[in-house]
Design a protein around this ligand. Structure first.
Ligand SMILES: [Cu+2]
Length: 145
């Protein structure tokens, strides 16, 4: 009995922490046949200073946070080990040079579907919080009705 209560308390504590990070406007684009990667967009805000350390999705073999830099007219993309989340500041992924990529897609992304993502954020005191998000898949092209 004591064991059960301890688990419930643990669960409640985790729920309280979940209020620290807000993820919004998560979306992806439908993929073309044969396409093996897809970009995901979302906005993330943490109340306290933190870093986004990992993202996993059941539809992808791996998920990477990419940063884009222009170097002598060449566009270079490289994977970041983590994404810094300054306290209270909105961080947009997808609209700026930073974006999230699903790699090694297990199936094509179809418009209207949702892509489940689990985002892990690590705080300054090293405790981690997991946020579950569903990214809405939008059509690749605008329909011409
Ligand atoms: Cu990329």
């Amino acid at each position: 009995m004591r064991y059960v209560i301890a688990i419930i308390m643990l669960f409640c504590a985790a729920q309280a922490w979940a209020g620290n990070v807000v993820v919004s406007n998560a979306s992806a684009r439908a993929t073309a046949p044969g396409q093996e990667s897809a970009a995901i967009q979302f906005t993330i805000t943490s109340k306290t200073e933190a870093r986004l350390v990992t993202i996993v999705s059941p539809v992808a073999g791996s998920v990477e946070i990419h940063s884009m830099t222009h170097d002598d007219g060449m566009m270079k993309m490289h994977a970041l080990e983590f994404l810094p989340l300054p306290a209270g500041k909105k961080v947009s992924l997808g609209s700026s040079g930073m974006h999230v990529m699903l790699l090694d897609l297990k199936k094509p992304l179809k418009a209207g579907e949702n892509v489940p993502l689990t985002i892990t954020v690590e705080f300054a005191d090293k405790h981690e919080e997991k946020i579950s998000v569903n990214a809405e898949v939008k059509s690749l092209t605008r329909s011409r009705h």
